[in-house]
Design a binder for this molecule. Structure first.
Ligand SMILES: [Zn+2]
Ligand SMILES: [Zn+2]
Length: 221
C-alpha cells in the first residue's frame, strides 16, 4: 500500500496458483495421454505435457483475505479529503473456501456511470478483457478454449456493464433494480454470479482496476 497525491494505492503481485514441479505426471507416467477412457486424448491432469503440476491456493486466498480486510476498512475511512476528483468505484470482497467464496460487489459512482455510457456500442472494453486474461494466465495458465470466456461490455446505452470470466456463468452484473437508477442518471450497484474461487475474484478485480485506470484518465472534472 502506498500513497500518491490524495490517493492510497494498493498494489498486489498476482501469484502463480498452478505450478510445474519438474517431476513426471503420475497419472499418465509422463506419456501425456489418457490411460483409461481414450488413449489418443491428452491426460486431464497434465494437459498432455506429461509433467506434474500442483495447485498452490494459499497465496491466492491470502491476497483475497487482504482485499477483504482492506475493502472493509476503506469503506468508511473516517478521514476527510480535499481531493476534488471523485471516487469512481467502491468494491467489497469476501474470502471463503465454499461455493461463492470469492464473491465481490460494489458501486459505480455517478460520474463513472456517465462515462460508461460513452462506451456503449463499442461492443467490448478491451482493457478489462486484457487485464483479466493476464491475471488469469499468471495464476492458472490460459487455454485456447478459455479465451472466449473473458468478456466485458456496456450492453445498454444507460451504462449497463456486464463482465464474465471463466467459470460457471461467472461474472459481474448490475444488481436487480439497477436499471431504474441508470434511467435516472444515478450511479448503481453491481454484484457477482458464481464467483467461487479467489482466482476468479482476483481476475475480476484486475479487470475492474484496468477499467478504473482508463476512467480516471478519461474523466475530466
Ligand atoms: Zn499426465
Ligand atoms: Zn450459485
Amino acid at each position: 500500500v502506498g500513497k500518491r497525491g490524495n490517493f492510497v494505492e494498493f498494489v498486489v503481485k498476482i501469484p502463480k496458483v498452478k505450478k510445474w514441479t519438474g517431476e513426471i505426471c503420475g497419472d499418465c507416467n509422463g506419456s501425456g495421454k489418457q490411460k483409461f477412457l481414450d488413449l489418443r486424448r491428452d491426460c486431464f491432469h497434465c494437459e498432455g505435457t506429461g509433467k506434474e503440476c500442483i495447485f498452490d491456493w494459499q497465496p491466492a486466498y491470502a491476497i483475497s483475505a487482504s482485499f477483504t480486510i482492506f475493502t472493509t476498512l476503506a469503506r468508511f475511512p473516517g478521514i476527510e479529503t480535499s481531493e476534488p476528483f471523485p471516487q469512481l468505484i467502491t468494491v467489497n470482497t469476501i474470502t471463503g473456501s465454499d461455493m461463492h467464496g470469492g464473491s465481490l460487489g460494489g458501486e459505480y459512482s455517478i460520474p463513472f456511470v456517465k462515462w460508461l455510457t460513452s462506451l456503449f456500442g463499442t461492443n467490448s472494453v478491451p482493457e478489462m478483457v486484457q487485464a483479466m486474461k493476464i491475471a488469469y494466465n499468471r495464476m492458472l495458465g490460459l487455454h485456447k478454449f478459455d479465451q472466449f470466456h473473458f468478456r466485458a461490455s456496456v450492453d445498454y446505452e444507460s451504462g449497463w456493464l456486464n463482465v464474465s470470466c471463466p467459470g460457471n456463468a461467472c461474472g459481474l452484473n448490475p444488481v436487480h433494480g439497477a436499471g431504474y437508477d441508470m434511467k435516472r442518471g444515478l450511479g448503481y450497484e453491481f454484484d457477482c454470479h458464481n464467483v467461487d474461487t479467489p482466482i476468479q475474484q482476483i481476475t475480476l478485480l484486475a479487470g475492474l482496476s484496468a477499467l478504473h485506470d482508463r476512467a480516471r484518465k478519461e474523466i475530466k472534472i
